[in-house]
Design a protein around this ligand. Structure first.
Ligand SMILES: [Zn+2]
Length: 493
């Protein structure tokens, strides 16, 4: 199930699922925390007391509480039933990255850019331990699901496992906590109650995330070195087991699935990867490319039109002409969208990128779509320092009377090009010379060059495509000596 949540406030920094209800809390860059019902797709409530981005949120597993931590150095505990912030925990000296409730004890663990991890008792509202040792931002910290351990990840390139057993043994009465906190302060955060058990070294860049396996003595971590690492531990030591490679950019978070034997990782390469935790191989990659989704949806729609038309029976000659015109219009869109998909697959080939973007502007599109194609081609060519070509698209775009935001960019590109009317690379694209685009190879067929065509959709092709199935409509054989579209008895008389 995929549900899209519309919100004006830009980026989501933290998420937590309610343990029982179909609720999700989203903490935003704007400082607002939103409570959504993800089955209904409705915003239930919003909590707005933090100043600046809120990166960490977590639901309590039994009480109507959640905790949040923000760039204002504040940890807030909220009752979502009464819609109140109950209290604020102060102590961190920099941004707070993650916050988490303990599954049993009245504790919260928090990770901060001040290089410390803190454990708080939310009943006595005091800090009961400060875990020091990391020497860069601590990006995340979480309790072990059963044992008295905390795992943390830091930009100092290490993952650390902390033993908090002594914390648990001591009383958790408010008075004791207060006393311990005073003593701890006098110890200058000596970390008397929690000791680092293991320091896991192996990542070559900052580590963004580390989490425990729900039942096995395993840890998984993700880092700016684009790697996911698997670690094992026993009573006395912890060691690296394997590295999962495949992400093309920083890995921002990674965890074991609660029930299945899989690892899920999220990266700045805009993909989520699913790995087999035992075989340590990639199972699936989900790419977050919304554009691609819409192009595919549009393509499917146009193709279904092309495939339905042969079943249409009309009476008069003029209706036959109308149907044929519809086929030609739809054919242009199918060709254009297929080139757009191809362009997205050739991101590592800037020349081909520009060519495909350029050809798209020569498909016979409706004006709003032509503007989009021109705007895209203009941007792609400008980025590749092909200023003269970008200038041409900018001029064509301005002629279509576009909306002001597009016009502004176009005028800026015209100005930049007028100072330096050159192209950095040569493209197979001569806009002065009329052409059609081959429906299979996506190269221009300039006027006067030989071509063959599809008898049904009329798409054109370079001669060596003769005999193949048409790559545009997927229906007819290219160059076949057929009568074309027959949809009226009047045509065969
Ligand atoms: Zn065709």
């Amino acid at each position: 199930m995929l549900t899209k949540f519309e919100t004006k406030s830009n980026r989501v920094k933290g998420l937590t699922f309610h343990p029982k209800r179909p609720w999700i809390l989203a903490s935003l860059h704007s400082g607002v925390i939103q409570l959504w019902d993800y089955r209904m797709g409705t915003l239930i409530d919003r909590f707005d007391e933090h100043e600046g981005p809120v990166r960490g949120v977590h639901f309590h597993n039994s009480q109507p509480l959640f905790v949040s931590g923000g760039d204002d150095y504040k940890i807030k505990v909220w009752n979502h039933k009464t819609h109140r912030c109950l209290f604020t925990l102060l102590g961190h000296l920099d941004y707070i990255r993650t916050v988490q409730f303990h599954h049993e004890n009245p504790w919260i663990v928090s990770a901060s850019d001040d290089q410390t991890i803190r454990i708080w008792n939310w009943q006595s509202r005091t800090c009961i331990s400060v875990l020091t040792g990391h020497n860069h931002y601590v990006m995340c910290a979480s309790f072990h699901p059963k044992e008295d351990l905390v795992v943390s990840a830091s930009l100092d390139q290490t993952v650390r496992v902390w033993d908090i057993g002594s914390l648990k043994k001591k009383s958790v009465s408010p008075a004791d906590d207060l006393m311990r906190f005073t003593q701890m302060n006098s110890d200058l955060f000596g970390g008397v109650d929690a000791i680092v058990k293991y320091v896991l070294e192996g990542h070559d860049r900052g580590v963004n995330w580390a989490s425990f396996h729900p039942t096995l003595p395993l840890i998984v971590s993700g880092a700016d070195d684009r790697q996911v690492k698997l670690w094992r531990m026993n009573e006395t030591k912890a060691w690296e087991v394997d590295t999962l490679r495949g992400h093309m950019n920083n890995v921002s978070s990674v965890m074991f699935h609660a029930k299945q034997d899989i690892i899920v990782s999220n990266s700045e390469d805009k993909s989520i990867r699913v790995w087999d935790a035992t075989k340590r191989t990639g199972i699936q990659t989900f790419r977050r490319e919304h554009d691609r989704f819409w192009i595919l949806a549009a393509l499917r729609l146009f193709l279904s039109i092309l495939h339905t038309i042969p079943l249409v029976v009309v009476e008069s000659r003029s209706e036959v002409d109308e149907v044929k015109e519809l086929v030609t219009i739809v054919k242009e869109y199918v060709l254009g969208l297929k080139m757009e998909l191809k362009r997205r697959e050739t991101r590592d080939d800037p020349v081909r990128q520009q060519e495909l973007a350029a050809y798209f502007t020569h498909c016979n599109l409706q004006l709003p779509h032509l503007r989009l194609a021109l705007f895209s081609a203009m941007g792609v060519c400008y980025k590749a320092r092909n200023l003269a070509t970008a200038y041409n698209f900018a001029k064509r775009l301005l002629e279509t009377n576009p909306m002001e935001s597009q016009a502004k960019t176009a005028r800026q590109i015209v100005q930049a090009a007028e100072r330096n009317m050159t192209d950095a690379t040569e493209l197979n694209y001569d806009f002065r010379n009329p052409f059609v685009i081959c429906g299979s190879t996506y190269v221009p067929i300039y006027r006067g060059q030989k071509d063959v065509s599809c008898p049904y959709c009329t798409a054109r092709f370079v001669p060596n495509q003769e005999g193949n199935i048409c790559g545009v409509c997927d229906l007819a054989v290219i160059g076949a000596d057929a009568s074309g579209l027959v949809c009226s008895p009047s045509q065969v008389r």
